[in-house]
Structure formats: C-alpha cells, structure tokens
Design a protein around this ligand. Structure first.
Ligand SMILES: C[S@@+](CC[C@H](N)C(=O)[O-])C[C@H]1O[C@@H](n2cnc3c(N)ncnc32)[C@H](O)[C@@H]1O
Length: 206
C-alpha cells in the first residue's frame, strides 16, 4: 500500500482504528515519566493523543494526509488545553524525522507495515530521532501471526518476528530492553480471537 491507498482506506471509514491506545503502548509508556515523543506512522493518532493525555509533548507523523487531518480533528475534540502539546504532520517515516536528530525521549513505531529495506530505514530514523538514554518502542503484527494468529496483513514481507526487528536494529546504537511475541485478544462476530504481536523496546545508547 502507498500513501494514496492509505488515504482511500481512511476516507472510506469514520474511524479505521480504535479511539483507545494500543494495549502495549499503554502498558509500556504508561509508567514512564512524560517528555518529548515522536509517533511515526501515527495513523489517526490513537496512541499520540493518548500520550498527550498522559502529559507527553508529541510530534505525530503519517504520510497519509487524510489520516493526519483526522488526527487533528480527533485531537481538537479530545485534548482541550493539551492540544498545543500535539504537532501532527504529514511525513514519510523512511525519511528523517520531523524535529531532527536526538530531539526526543521516545519514538514509537506501531504497526508500520513496510517491506524490509524501507522498514529498516524507518527504524534507523526512529533511533536517530531519540537522544541517548531514550527509548524506541516497536509494535507490529508478528510473522508468526500469519500461521498462528488472527487478522493482520497477509503479506509476510511486511510482518516482523522479534528476532527480525533485532536483526534490523543491528549496527544501530541501541540495546534491547524487551523483545517478544505477545498475545492480543480481538473481539470478532464469532467470539474472541487472538492476534500475535511483536513487541520490542530498544534503549538508545550514546
Ligand atoms: C496499520 S496503520 C497504524 C497506525 C497507527 N500507528 C496505529 O497504531 O493506530 C499503518 C499506518 O502507517 C502509515 N504508513 C505506512 N507507510 C508509511 C510511511 N512510509 N511513512 C509514514 N507513514 C506510513 C499508514 O498511512 C498508516 O496510517
């Protein structure tokens, strides 16, 4: 899918993703002391808006202008005085991150589904965007989800098991703090199903 495909998908629905944050975003970021964060490929902003509500100053980018416009609109409805702490921009996650190098305490990549070379470039940009001592949180549909889990993309080339994320981080100034496959219950018309997500937290080194 390219940016136009994502625009069409967002334009076809009022809300493609949930209004609530991803459960692993909430679990990992909830206990952290708020600072400056960047959410790359932020979609409609469910995670970015929630982070602002937790006290973070957030730059959220996506290459779909329709998604970014919706994020701005949802943020205006939800954030009140906090609205000034969210900057929503149209940007390609495989290019350098808005704000420049080492500008953030935290970078989030949540369900960014790209082929390996582009995905690795996005990870490199996320790492560059974080100051030494900061964190990069990577969440995505696991490769194993294809055979063993529910939903998600059917193209294996855009799915990543934890070891593939760690391979992608090789040579970058990061050390893994957490890396594994996590189960995510999904309600469906036929009852609850379980999706398998890759969850990796990287610590940015100097
Ligand atoms: C599955 S959605 C996830 C959205 C959001 N992170 C979330 O968890 O709700 C994937 C998003 O990645 C965006 N995307 C895909 N490739 C991108 C790229 N190269 N640069 C920026 N955004 C991209 C799409 O527009 C889409 O909004």
């Amino acid at each position: 899918m390219d940016a136009k495909d994502w625009d069409d998908r967002y334009a076809a629905h009022d809300l493609v993703w949930s209004a609530e944050p991803n459960r692993f975003v909430a679990e990992i970021i909830g206990p952290l002391t708020p600072g400056h964060a960047v959410d790359l490929a932020a979609g409609e902003g469910r995670n970015a808006i929630w982070m602002v509500e937790q006290g973070w100053v957030v730059t959220a980018s996506d290459y779909s202008p329709v998604a970014v416009e919706r994020m701005r609109s949802l943020a205006a409805d939800r954030l009140g005085d906090g609205l000034g702490r969210l900057t929503a921009v149209v940007a390609d996650a495989t290019q350098s991150t808005p704000g420049g190098p080492a500008a953030y305490d935290l970078a989030v990549l949540c369900y960014l589904q790209l082929p390996a070379e582009q995905w690795r470039q996005a990870l490199r940009s996320a790492v560059e965007a974080v100051r030494p001592g900061g964190l990069v949180v990577v969440i995505g549909h696991a490769g194993r989800n294809l055979a063993e889990g529910w939903g998600g993309p059917s193209d294996r080339a855009v799915l990543y098991d934890p070891e593939e994320v760690l391979d992608g981080a090789e040579g970058l100034p990061v050390a893994p703090l957490q890396s594994g496959i996590r189960e995510r219950p999904v309600p469906t018309d036929d009852g609850e199903r379980v999706a398998l997500d890759t969850v990796v937290v990287l610590h940015r080194e100097g």
